[in-house]
Design a protein around this ligand. Structure first.
Ligand code: SF4
Ligand code: SF4
Ligand code: SF4
Length: 266
């Protein structure tokens, strides 16, 4: 398996076919789902059973969303039992057997990626794992979602190669692209990068504002460690987490409604 594996998504090439979503479900044995609104999903479409999704924006823009596999992942830094793990090669995975269901990672992730299995008898948090087990075993040479994409809207390689390719495209067609690589430095750098002809800050939980380049673990853990996990009443903790997650969900709904109004005004 290559070191520092990375996906580069070029929003200008995506046609919204969702073959990536289907391929992800297949390789990860995720159940089929009905049309939206889907129970347990956030307005971006992600859920415990849908680890990648395609966010629809005005003027036929389709933006794939999945875990960004942060270089310094906030979700790992806050997990009190080490269920979220950064692998030596780079992908961020989780151990379902260790997950307590505390949902700290859901609160800490700047992109709203981990989702909870609300309907399961043995629930845990779930998310994209960059196809780590299959890549590691050598049974695939790139993630299933990348392999399935008919337009090469997502490509796969070493992170430094993907950054170089993104820079090459920005230089070759400066009028076509916003001149930035999302994820190159954001929150300390991520291993899912984007180039695009529209701003992509709506992918973050940050009220659509731009995230800083500073890694989040020192900030998130600095806040959460003030909460002594073993002493806080679980009900109070869960209530607080639910309130924060619900508030974020409502903001996403408001953003999605805003996009819909823009669409109708086209
Ligand atoms: S995007 Fe969120 S879930 Fe994925 S590695 Fe970063 S902090 Fe963790
Ligand atoms: S990298 Fe693998 S787990 Fe992640 S979205 Fe693609 S197919 Fe799913
Ligand atoms: S398979 Fe490729 S073109 Fe189709 S929705 Fe996914 S990223 Fe876009």
């Amino acid at each position: 398996m290559i070191e520092h594996p990375c996906i580069l998504t070029d929003v200008t090439k995506c046609i919204g076919c969702e073959q990536c979503v289907a391929a992800c479900k297949k390789i990860n044995h995720l159940p089929p789902e009905g049309p939206p609104p889907r129970p347990g999903s956030t307005p971006d479409g992600l859920s415990a059973d849908r680890w990648t999704t395609v966010v629809r924006r005005p003027h036929n823009h389709f933006v794939r969303k999945q875990c960004r596999h942060c270089s310094q992942p906030a979700c790992v830094s806050v997990c009190p039992v080490g269920a979220m793990q950064k692998t030596p090669e780079g992908p961020v995975i989780y151990d379902k057997a260790k997950c307590l269901g505390c949902r700290y990672c859901m609160m800490a992730c700047p992109y709203g990626v981990p989702h909870y299995e609300w309907g399961s008898a043995n629930p845990s948090v779930r998310k994209c794992i960059l196809c780590y087990p299959s890549l590691k075993a050598g049974t695939i040479d790139r993630p299933a979602c990348v392999h399935a994409c008919p337009t090469e809207a997502t490509i796969f390689g070493r992170r430094e190669e993907m950054v170089a390719e993104a820079r090459r495209r920005l230089r070759a067609e400066p009028a076509k692209y916003v001149q930035r690589i999302w994820g190159e430095k954001q929150v300390g750098g991520t291993s899912v990068l984007y180039i695009s002809d529209i701003p992509l800050d709506f992918l973050a939980w940050n009220d659509g504002r731009e995230l800083s380049d500073k890694p989040l673990p020192p900030l998130t853990w600095g806040t959460l460690k003030q909460v002594p996990f073993e002493f806080v009443g679980m009900g109070v903790l869960m209530g607080s987490l639910y309130w924060i997650i619900e508030r974020r969900r409502r903001r996403m709904e408001e953003n999605a409604a805003g996009a819909g109004e823009e669409r109708h005004g086209e």
